[in-house]
Design a protein around this ligand. Sequence first.
Ligand code: AMP
Length: 419
Amino acid sequence: MSTFKAPKGTYDLIPPRSAKFLAVREAIAAPLRNSGYGYVETPGFENVELFSRGVGESTDIVSKEMYTLTTRGGDKLALRPEGTASVLRAALEANLHKQGNLPVKLYYSGSYYRYERAQAGRYRHFSQVGAEAIGAEDPALDAELIILADQAYRSLGLKNFRILLNSLGDKECRPAYRETLQAFLRGLDLDEETLRRAEINPLRVLDDKRPEVQKQLADAPLLRDYLCDACKAYHEEVRALVTAAGVVFEDDPKLVRGLDYYTRTTFEFVHGGLGSQSAVGGGGRYDGLSEMIGGPALPSVGWALGVDRTVLALEAEGVELDIARTTDVFAVALGDAKPTVFGLVTELRRAGVSADMSYGGKGLKGAMKDANRSGARLAVVAGDRDLAEGVVQLKDMESGEQTAVPLDALVESVRTKLA
Ligand code: AMP
């Protein structure tokens, strides 16, 4: 062990488990690529104000969880705590919204940082794959994203997840509801901090997980009953399109999300196997965000799915991904055969065969142990005498059968045996 450990709240992805993370990222990205979403990658840090303005000064993410730093040049930066604000910033900066048809559809995959109370499923460094459809107000887009997330989870074999759906209204109807909710919350027996939150962002109180708070919220007024006609019609269309696609969801009139920018459609993907960190992904519509960060009006919708928690959910369900990537050929060089065998391994790799070899000058016994451990189906063994005859020994690791193969016929023989 070294003197150092991964920082608190972080962990390393190491083989073989790391292969699951790659597979999950790919499974989430594939349906997006197939639906018109282009890949975007933004820096790991941004101007801190992008998040304080975009995500919201009063959110936990900005007020408690952001990693901020001042550079030697005096710039105030933050490690990105989420992806949407950065992606929208990048799209605006590149004028993507002016260059072609709207919406601009983008997807991303990367690391995010939040100074959280570290626990199972909640880390200070985690990874997400996200999608954003920027610049169009159309229920079909909201529905598309929900359906694509469902498709991604299902393609991985995940079953026990639920989709929760709500509408948060818009600037027409939310203010009146906000006031009604605030009046209701003022009458409850809440601690000081929660009462303060009720004044700044009352909807967030609905999301309080503590049972003593939830009990008091049983009769809280619901936004559902205050939606304006336009929001109601929009929401009904989203519901109808998702339903028609055969995707099952649950209406959750108390669902709110921890970021300020959401309007109308809001959804979350939850999984029962994760304990208290049940959200594996979430998203919604954020029609006002572009203006909040200095851009034009660009109604948009998006989601982010957590890769770490998706892997945990797969493990909780006992799903085995089909990712066993073993070496097909393992080569063993004896005596002075190393340069030739090394050349053959290179040749096999260039021909697309997965090949590895024994390193460190081991004897036959140790090298064959390596070959066994690699799980390879074929071993190539060659010593000085073989090379003098212009052959190598090709051994079937399962049957033990061994044949001499001319050097220049090795790739072909390997291909035939593996086919
Ligand atoms: P959010 O932006 O908070 O809605 O996050 C979207 C998804 O990212 C969540 O549903 C989680 O799967 C994942 N996520 C968020 N925060 C963390 C964290 N601290 N540790 C692990 N995964 C996280």
